[in-house]
Design a protein around this ligand. Structure first.
Ligand SMILES: N[C@@H](CCC(=O)N[C@@H](CS)C(=O)NCC(=O)O)C(=O)O
Length: 219
């Protein structure tokens, strides 16, 4: 049985979405970001990314982590590649070429897109989006993302999806990274295929179920 350590309001959302796509049973162990707590090491603090019990699972002190039949894995996007490979089906690569494309686009999301996109969502999360510093961070990150939007726009003209002519784990991995930039509507208006693709990804029942759980967590 798969255990996911994390909270929905974190990169663990990718793995919660993926588990629902695959329709596999999973257990969720809530581990919150230490930065959200005043004193993460106090005796009554909820289990968090600085708790010794969690550091025993992931010494980096980052969520998500998963445990699957004794195997511990970190790194949200790699976890999804593993789950796709393990459980097969339409989301997984059917050929070695698809495997190459899925891995390549996932690495691209992690290295070329996420470092900029995460700055945007964190500015909103930290409620600094309307401050001069926040606006500067968002403007710089949006500028840095223009090329990635243009590259994905061109790629989507091939299949309508990222790595194959159907929704795969590559779409899921990229969609969760591009979601971080959703407040920047100009980026999406300049890339209509990206806009339509993200809407399609987010119309999937598994995504909606994940987001409903995420909203409940915020209550
Ligand atoms: N590359 C890692 C990044 C994980 C990461 O940065 N997680 C954040 C939450 S989304 C975290 O645990 N931060 C610790 C904290 O804020 O205290 C992954 O994709 O899994």
């Amino acid at each position: 049985m798969l255990t996911i350590y994390g909270v929905y309001r974190s990169r663990a959302s990718r793995n919660y979405w993926m588990a629902r796509e695959l329709d596999i049973p999973f257990k969720s162990v809530p581990v919150i970001q230490a930065r959200r707590l005043d004193d993460p090491l106090s005796a009554d603090a909820p289990i968090n990314t600085k708790s010794p019990a969690f550091l025993a699972v992931n010494p980096m002190g980052l969520i998500p982590s998963v445990e699957d039949d004794g195997l511990i894995l970190n790194e949200s996007l790699a976890i999804n590649l593993y789950l796709a490979r393990k459980h097969g089906g339409a989301l997984s690569a059917q050929t070695i070429e698809e495997e190459g494309l899925i891995t390549s686009w996932t690495m691209w999301a992690a290295t070329e897109v996420e470092p900029h996109a995460v700055k945007i969502i964190l500015a909103y999360d930290n409620r600094i989006e309307d401050t001069p510093d926040g606006k500067a961070v968002i403007a710089q990150a949006s500028d840095a993302l223009e090329k990635a939007f243009a590259v994905l726009e061109a790629q989507l003209s091939q299949f309508g999806h990222v790595a194959a002519d159907r929704f795969t784990v590559a779409d899921l991995n990229l969609a969760e990274v591009f979601r971080y930039a959703m407040t920047q509507t100009a980026l999406f208006d300049n890339a209509p295929r990206v806009k339509a693709w993200l809407a399609l990804c987010q119309s999937r029942p598994a995504f909606k179920a994940m987001m409903e759980e995420r909203m409940r967590e915020l209550d």
